[in-house]
Design a protein around this ligand. Sequence first.
Ligand code: ARG
Length: 574
Amino acid sequence: MATLQQLLHDRLAAAFASVAGEPVDPSLRRSQHADFQADAALGLARRLRGNPRQIAADVVGRTRWDDLCAAVEVSGPGFINLTLADDALGALLGAANADDRLGVPLAAEPETVVVDYSAPNVAKEMHVGHLRSTVIGDSVVRLLEWLGHRVIRANHLGDWGTPFGMLIEHLLDLGGAEAAHELSLGDLNTFYQAARAKFDSDEDFKTRARNRVVALQGGDEQTVRLWRLLVQESEKYFLSVYDRLDVRLTGADFFGESAYNDMLPQVLAELDRLGLLRESDGARVVFPAGFTNREGEPLPLIVRKRDGGFGYPATDLAAIRHRLHTLHATRLLYVVGLPQRQHFEMVYEVAREAGWLRPPARAEHVGFGSVLGPDGKVFRTRAGATVKLIDLVDEAVARAAALIEEKNPDLDATERAELARTVGIGAVKYADLSNDRTRDYVFDWDRMLSLEGNTAPYLQYARARIESIFRRGATAPDRSRRTVTVAAPAEHALALHLLAFPEIVAETAESLDLHQLTGYLFRLATLFTSFYEQCPVLRAEDDVRASRLVLCDLTARTLARGLDLLGIGAPRRM
Ligand code: ARG
């Protein structure tokens, strides 16, 4: 099933090609002056040294339009303005109505995509930065999976490296049982900071910690067992957070830094063989092309440290190689905060120079900004500590419960609790996803939980309200109905917007700017409100009523699907 925009695009492209004698991208877009506008005549006129208005008129005259458009006009310097015919919109809506995918096609060429996200660190608290990575990554995964791609979720857990020496020694000091207790409660910061404090103040402890790292790297059995205990307890805790957040990460998705440990010597050897390794201050490094410091000196990516150990950059080199060569992924996504941009750009460049990363494979840093408090500074608790992710979730749910209680006091306790969870978590996720992800945003409880404006509760409420229309009318949506009558301007506007869903989904899957999708959904809810104000539904006569009910149903389904792609539930009642 072709989308509306595709139909117009193909028709225009053929007409342009027949005028130009070569393929031309019609450069079609939505417009305020008509439904769509194409302005390729301007560029073509420059190339052909012709009159753009004349060229536009020729293009328009080349083909029939009446099956799709009510009006096709040349305007201004040579724009082609297209106004869709209501009948054509009605027929396309009828087709979407019968389609579970709402007219959104599966990817023509499904890819293997690795999404690297969440990635908290063992024995350390997950903070709001991990919240962003988890929420954005989860939505990216849902979107790409729904389009038919094979998605591999890579939770690049920080489970290896020098801090484990002190963490294991601290565990021994505490005793295994007590340590497991602290960790499973999610009291990770207390644990980490206690270890850190001893490391900084106690020489003897420091020595033990250093020896412990050596034992860990050497595969000493008891040490590895203790390390595994730390990892397991932390994983349990992280899984409980994922569950509370309602994200799709499971225990099977943990593929932490330690998983690449055995590959590191090979990576080093291969880079050496390729002639990419240099010696720098006793370390073995690669100088990827195009990276320099402020003094203009080349910047190294350290593969093996001076002490012989491998660190974070080496692990990412092994990971990228593994994802390309072993997993055969063609799209690698890294959902990590913007401060790590340069690190990833350097890793990609080394991977290109090594010949691992070659088209069609590509790597993208899906970077994001920070979460700020009301004071515009990095988000902290009143006591000045970093905010625990799980506390945010709890508070969101509690606030949502109060909101629901006030709105709908008759709900029974179970339903209210379930609803509070969906609304509260939805609000937190939506506040994150509806902001341009590369910007910092201010965490604002009142705004995100408001029933008005561009928020999850507003969209959830819009969906529930449509469901209540069906309940009041004692009728179910008719998905077999293939004809929809579009007549009133509000119906025309709503129809056009509904039919743009496939393009929005495709564009968002490309840009991974999820606020494109949230903006679309918000506008959909607004257009529906105008439609509902201007066009009676249940009070209308037979055919008009049936037809308007399809518009209601399509809006509800699009809202629910869109929210689902964002990882947000859409209750039928609120
Ligand atoms: N654990 C890291 C952190 O908390 C993020 C890891 C991101 N992924 C990666 N492949 N480096 O900052």
